[in-house]
Design a protein around this ligand. Structure first.
Ligand code: 5GP
Length: 199
């Protein structure tokens, strides 16, 4: 059984000399969260990336256990029923969630744990972990976001429409987060995130 340490402050305790922390990276689909997250992981090996579970089908090139754990609806429902998810949300017709145990284990061992998740999940994490540091990534403009989603070439026209609709809603919530970064120039966005995390 894993004990959840309070991570309100960076103060250390006798039982846990090195409490970790959650970092939430959120923002609309297509904004470049995934690329930013991969660069952060590459440049800062001390970060732990939480691999999510999803009911979405794998895209070409995606690997089970690396990009996501790909599971079916009934498996996902079972994880919810057994309280195995730290947060979860429905996103454009599929379910996505963060496995609880792996994340808490990493936090308790002093790691900085990175979650790359959508708005509803990010809100749940902020409610249960007030000391989580949350970053909202914004596109330079909506047209650019649409262009990026289309360029990815991985979603059907229907899925693109649903993602764009959701993006409109998500962007309105940007100011709920600790830091807002406009992903216009990738390197600048990355530098700004690093400055906030490792200053
Ligand atoms: P995609 O289908 O493009 O991989 O992901 C769709 C959205 O789900 C993205 O905004 C992504 O950040 C989000 N997402 C990925 N994993 C999780 C998760 O574990 N929980 C939540 N709430 N959202 C997630």
């Amino acid at each position: 059984m894993i004990r959840v340490l309070p991570i309100q402050s960076s103060a250390t305790t006798k039982e846990s000399p090195n409490p970790g922390r959650l970092i939430v990276l959120t923002g609309p689909s297509g904004v470049g969260k995934g690329t930013l997250m991969r660069s952060l992981l590459h440049r800062h090996p001390q970060l732990y990336y939480s691999v999510s579970v999803t009911t979405r089908s794998p895209r070409p090139g995606e690997i089970d256990g690396i990009n996501y754990y790909f599971i079916n609806h009934s498996q996902f429902e079972q994880l919810i029923a057994e309280s195995e998810l730290l947060e979860w949300a429905e996103f454009t017709g599929n379910y996505y969630g963060t496995p609880r145990e792996a994340v808490l284990k990493q936090i308790n061992s002093g790691k900085l744990v990175l979650l790359e998740i959508e708005l509803e999940g990010a809100r749940q994490i902020r409610a249960s972990f007030p000391s989580a540091f949350s970053i909202f990534i914004l596109p330079p403009c909506f047209e650019e976001l649409e262009k990026r989603i289309r360029l990815r070439g991985q979603d059907s026209e229907d899925a693109i429409a649903r993602r764009l609709h959701r993006a409109h809603e998500e962007i309105k919530a940007a100011n709920e987060f600790d830091l807002q970064i406009v992903n216009d120039d990738f390197q600048t966005a990355l530098n700004d995130i690093e400055a906030a995390l490792f200053k």
